[in-house]
Design a protein around this ligand. Structure first.
Ligand code: XUL
Ligand code: CO
Length: 443
């Protein structure tokens, strides 16, 4: 087994390079569908997905939940020295990502190194780790899909960051986002994410919603202007989520975010990072959110995971639902893929998944499900009448009066005259079951 550790310690012992072995393989530590070089719809799977490992779930989340402490003992968390510990964690992160063969990773500032309350010291720590990450990236070829700042965990952010009623708190968020942007730029990060963790309210009784949303927009403009001045060419993503930890979050869903971006003149620089479990928390399907974003030209990136149908939480499980993902990949392919972003596994293994191999199984399963879904969706688009069925539903708008109506040429009187002339319309099937069967047939 090859020792792929870049530092001098191997953390995931006994696990070698994960390879594509195809459908014949019964090796659970191999890809069966995700052949990164396979070309589908004109691009390799690697290019389509730009798969990314999320630092926070894989190397920080230690299994603790509101009812109990850690269950995962991270070997890299041993040292009492902040930087030594952060470097060991980064060694393990790059060992994992490299063994998995994933091309990208993502992080929050505080994922890579612990922060205290001293802004200048925090900046120094992050810069130290940025220098270390530069070497890791250069040695491994792994790239940064996006960076972000955690401005929701520290107690000062309990009433929000950029929407906090206290300007002093807002200024701390500004300092943290500046440093995270600097780090992202220094590492060649391709995008930058704003997830409004606590940008919302717990009760309207104490909240000036209009003012808070204006502050949020002002903050995004200020951060964007700074990054552009520093030469950042990438895309900024808003990541919608309707609630949790707050009762209501302003970036509720894609439609809400698009309206907000348009209202505050941010549409040119900002696109959307859609997270599957956030879509379902908002009462939507992932497919719905992809379609809304695609239709508005802001389908930027995906945080891949899944929720649980039996509860309403953000359970962040790894993706494994082939039917849902196939439907999602139909939209993905029709939209021409993601604009700037990739598919980041914003997912965590369960608290009782305590073997080092579990983190590998989880990512392998997620990548294979996406790959199989994309291949299936491409087959549906290429080899079935899926698109034709939908097109034909709207055929009455393709010519004659229907077309004139779409072009804005008809009045209400014209509609009345047409209705009288044509009489009662024929009943036409929506053919839902036919289409549902088509998906299953191609899977
Ligand atoms: C939280 C979540 C975050 C963002 C980045 O629900 O999804 O991890 O992706 O802040
Ligand atoms: Co996310």
């Amino acid at each position: 087994m090859a020792n792929l550790t870049i530092g001098d310690k191997e953390f995931f012992k006994g696990i070698g390079q994960i390879k594509f072995e195809g459908l014949e393989s019964d090796n659970p530590l191999a890809y069966r569908w995700y052949d990164e070089n396979r070309v589908v719809a004109g691009k390799t799977l690697k290019e389509h997905f730009k798969f990314s490992v999320a630092y926070w779930h894989s190397f920080n989340a230690n299994g603790s939940d509101p009812f109990g402490g850690p269950t995962l003992n991270f070997a890299w968390d041993e040292s009492s020295d902040v930087i030594t510990r952060a470097k060991a964690k980064m060694d393990s992160a790059f060992e994992f990502i490299t063994k998995l063969g994933m091309p990208y990773y993502c992080f929050h500032d505080v994922d890579v190194v612990d922060y205290g309350n001293d802004i200048v010291e925090n900046e120094r720590r992050l810069q130290t780790m940025v220098e270390y990450a530069k070497q890791k990236q250069a040695q491994s070829g792994v790239k940064l899909l996006w960076g972000t700042a955690n401005v929701f965990s520290h107690q000062r952010y309990m009433n929000g960051a950029s929407t906090n009623p206290d300007f002093q708190v807002l200024s701390h968020a500004g300092a943290q986002v500046k440093a995270a942007l600097d780090a992202t730029i220094a590492l060649g990060g391709e995008n930058y994410v704003f997830w409004g963790g606590r940008e919302g309210y717990m009760t309207l009784l104490n909240t000036n919603m209009k003012r808070e949303q204006e502050h949020l927009a002002r903050f995004l403009h200020t951060a964007k202007d700074y990054a552009r001045q520093q030469g950042f060419k990438g895309t900024f993503f808003i990541e919608p989520k309707p609630m949790e930890p707050t009762k209501h979050q302003y970036d509720y869903d894609c439609a809400t975010v698009i309206g907000f971006l348009r209202q505050h003149d941010l549409l040119g620089d900002f696109k959307i990072n859609i997270e599957v479990n956030h879509a379902t928390l908002a009462g939507h399907t992932f497919q719905h959110e992809l379609q809304v974003a695609a239709d508005a030209g802001v389908l930027g990136s995906v945080d891949a995971n899944r929720g649980d149908y039996q509860n309403g939480w953000d359970t962040d499980q790894f993706p494994n639902n082939l039917n849902e993902l196939t439907e999602a990949m139909l939209i993905f392919l029709e939209a021409g893929g993601l604009q700037g972003g990739g598919v980041n596994f914003d997912a965590k293994i369960r608290r009782n998944s305590t073997d080092p191999a579990d983190l590998f199984y989880a990512h392998i399963g997620g990548a294979d499900t996406f790959a199989r879904a994309l291949i299936t969706a491409d087959n549906i688009l290429q080899k079935s009448d899926f698109l034709k069925v939908r097109e034909e539903r709207y055929a009455s708008f393709d010519g004659g009066k229907g077309k004139e109506y779409e072009q804005g040429k008809l009045t209400l009187e014209d509609l009345r005259a047409f209705a009288i002339e044509k009489g009662e319309p024929a009943v036409k099937s929506g053919r839902q079951e036919y289409l549902e069967n088509l998906i299953n047939r191609f899977i």
